[in-house]
Design a protein around this ligand. Structure first.
Ligand code: NAI
Ligand code: MG
Length: 396
């Protein structure tokens, strides 16, 4: 039986990189049928909803999706672009990717950052002997995706009952007890045992499966004692009980950012809460080529999983007659889908083809040539999106 994959091209360059990625999957002989889900700006404008229920139903049914990128705009701009019959009817724009994450409770986010040899965008530093060193980064960041500082539980001028509850905490009384309530803004950082256990276990299991030496909890338990503290404590117990062959390391997010450029090749799996995971994964992605290379997966307990590049819809590039953006982040995201589906051989083949193209260095998109993104980059020697895809297909 053939698998069905839901494709969610979305907006702008999302459409371009996703259609190129499907060509690579076909060329690598991945057996699947694809159904396209409506998502993005077009559906906001014409239906007042960028994530129609029929799309949610499709994902619920088939579970696995490839997502390009969507465009989000500020509230007023969004309202103005609705078709005239939908205007002033109370439609409020909400990012469909955030809505999907919440609807399917996709609490586990994985962002791998792996160096491709000879990528001109690789991070280089000066070694002890003064010679340049190009570290081979191979880090998998596990980010808790639904809780913490992005949980949305926050107030300015909090309601009385919240204020009264806060006033029961001695530290609050000491530090903020004299501040007028109207002058307070509060954002909570809530961790639950269940979600913390799930993200930690996912990180350890990944380390075991892919033979990483260590799992690093990157938080700040010495200061944020309850949430960071619980995560580290649970990690210690889990490591001892279930993963004794894997080393457990503990870094503080601030120090980790400082060390980012000192010894990035020392780290393996890194696990963190929502905000610190977001920060640390962007940090590592910068060392391996940035947005043209950064891929990600979002996964839920119920088996729904979406694979997507970290980049957005880059609207200005979507208009170009010859597309110039780098498709590798999206193709890599599809490789993560293949890993998830147990199609290891096909994933390996595609990653090998990408590695060969990069190492040969003959075909490079504009970002890899450090050019400013403009329509004329192809005339100046950069590969177009399509040329890059064909080069990868050629190496399969
Ligand atoms: P963006 O990621 O779309 O583009 C930022 C810049 O990064 C581009 O101008 C380009 O220079 C570079 N870039 C992005 N993708 C690239 C690729 N594949 N190859 C080469 N260079 C690439 O972020 P921006 O401009 O902040 O946002 C544009 C729109 O995308 C907004 O509407 C934003 O809300 C949305 N967005 C959507 C995301 C998603 O769908 N997950 C994530 C981030 C932004
Ligand atoms: Mg981010």
């Amino acid at each position: 039986m053939k698998r069905t994959i839901v494709t969610l091209p979305g907006d702008g360059i999302g459409k371009i990189v996703l259609s190129e990625t499907l060509r690579v999957l076909d060329a690598a002989a991945f057996q699947a049928e694809y159904v396209e889900g409506d998502i993005g700006w077009e559906f906001w404008c014409s239906e007042g909803n960028p994530l129609p229920q029929r799309t949610i139903d499709l994902i619920e049914k088939h579970k696995v999706g490839l997502f390009g990128a969507i465009t989000s705009k500020p509230k007023d701009d969004a309202a103005n672009e609705l078709t005239s019959d939908l205007r002033d009817k109370g439609y409020v724009y909400k990012s469909p990717i955030v809505a999907l994450r919440q609807h399917f409770n996709m609490d586990i986010c994985l962002r791998p950052c792996r160096t491709y040899k000879s990528n001109p965008l690789n991070f280089i530093y000066r070694g002890a002997n003064g010679k340049p060193v190009e570290p081979l980064v191979d880090v998998a960041v596990f980010r808790q995706n639904t809780e913490g500082l992005y949980g949305g539980v926050e107030w300015s001028n909090p309601p009385d009952i919240v204020y009264e509850a806060l006033m029961t905490h001695p530290q609050f009384v000491k530090n903020f007890g004299k501040v007028p309530k109207e002058e307070l803004s509060v954002s909570t950082r809530i961790f639950t045992r269940k979600a913390t256990e799930r993200i930690l276990r996912a990180a350890f299991e990944h380390a075991r499966k892919y033979k990483y030496r260590s799992v690093t909890v990157c938080e700040k338990p010495n200061v944020i004692r309850e949430t960071s503290g619980i995560m580290y404590k649970m990690a210690q117990q889990m490591q001892k009980r279930d993963f004794p062959e894997i080393e457990l390391w503990n870094t503080n997010i601030d120090a980790q950012m400082m060390w980012l450029t000192k010894n990035p090749d020392n780290y393996g799996v890194i696990v963190a809460g929502n905000m610190f995971g977001d920060i640390i994964s962007d940090g590592f992605a910068g060392l391996i080529g940035g947005l043209g290379f950064a891929c990600s997966a979002q996964m839920s307990e119920s088996g729904v999983a979406l694979f997507e590049p970290t980049h957005g819809s880059a609207p200005k590039y979507a208009e170009y007659e010859t597309p110039i953006v780098n498709p590798i982040a999206m193709i890599e995201s599809a490789c993560m889908m293949l890993d998830y589906l147990g199609e290891d051989t096909i994933a390996k083949k595609i990653r090998g083809a990408i590695a060969t193209v990069i190492e040969e260095g003959k075909v490079r998109t504009y970002d890899m040539m450090k050019m400013a993104g403009r329509q004329d980059v192809v005339e100046k020697g950069a590969a177009s999106t399509i040329q890059m895809t064909e080069a990868i297909i050629g190496k399969l």
